[in-house]
Each structure stands twice: as C-alpha cells, then as structure tokens.
Design a protein. Sequence first.
Length: 195
Amino acid sequence: MVQKTVLITGSSRTIGLKFAEKYVKLGWNVIGAARTPATAGKVDLTMSSTTPVHLSPRSIAVKELGDKAIDVLINNAGIYIDSGTLASTTKDDLLKQFEVNTIGPFLVTRAFTLQLWPSTDQQMLSKSRRLAIDLKKDKIGAFVMRPGWVQTDMNNGSGAITTDTSVNGLVSVIGKLTLQDTGKFYNYAGKTYPW
C-alpha cells in the first residue's frame, strides 16, 4: 500500500498539531506548514513521518516539495486578533485577519494544486464553494469543515469540545468524502450545512 500524504497549514498548535499527530498515528506522511520558521519546527514532534515546512509569501515550500503528491490538503491556519472592543478594533486588525483567514487558504490551495493532481485520492479542505466548482473538473474535491467550538488558545480554552473530539471527528469525515461530496459544508460529527 502506498503511504498517503497530508499537508496541514497551521500545524504548530492546537487543532493543526492534533491533525498532524492523528495522521501520523494513521501511518500517513505529514507535511506540517507554519507561517514562521520558528514555529514550523514544532510540528516535528520527533515523528519520523513529518516534514516541517515554512510557508512564505513566495511559496518556497512548493519548490521544496517538488513533484511530491499530496492526497489531502488541510487549510487550518488562522488567527484571531482580540482588539478588545468595537471602538478599539482597527482596520489593520480586520485586514490582517482577512488576509490570513481568507486570502491565505486561497493562496495555499493555488500554490499546491499541482501536488494534488498526481494523487490517486485527491481531497482538500478549504473555505470556498467556488473553489470546489473550479477544481472538480480536475477530479480534486474541496470541502468546508467546521471543527466546532474547540478548546484552543484563541478562545483561552473556553470551547465546548476538546481538540481530540474535533480532530477525531474531522478525520473520520474526511476519510469518507468522495468527489461527489465536493462543495459541501460539514461539521466534525459529519452533519452537513446548507450554503
């Protein structure tokens, strides 16, 4: 059996790190991506089947991977800037969050689309229904996943579910997805949402 490969953005903490741990346990080759070189190394976790990479604006990681096939791309990276109040929130705060949380997944997906093509079982989690429509013709599925209100550092651990519960559920859902499911919106328990 050929070892499958997953690329996970935001893999240096909470949900992304848990995804990396879970896929390593399942025998996958894990490519953990982070925005800064200092945090990219955190995903190594002394796991023999992980490859930490730094995602830069110029997509150096794409060149590092060459023609290596990716079976699943998980756009997990995200930030939350707590500015305090409506009055203290700045335009720059909003633009930074939009850049990382919305534009970032688009750029990562575009950069790694070629690595998804050679795969025998292409899947991708992203944040855009339009992307699903565009990529379906290339037999690449794109899905939106809602992890739930997870206990993370972004919410000071106040979430309703653990990272284990969320990621175990998401990995189970991901494993059942087919190209016919492309463009759908799922939660960690497999429930679909209309959109």
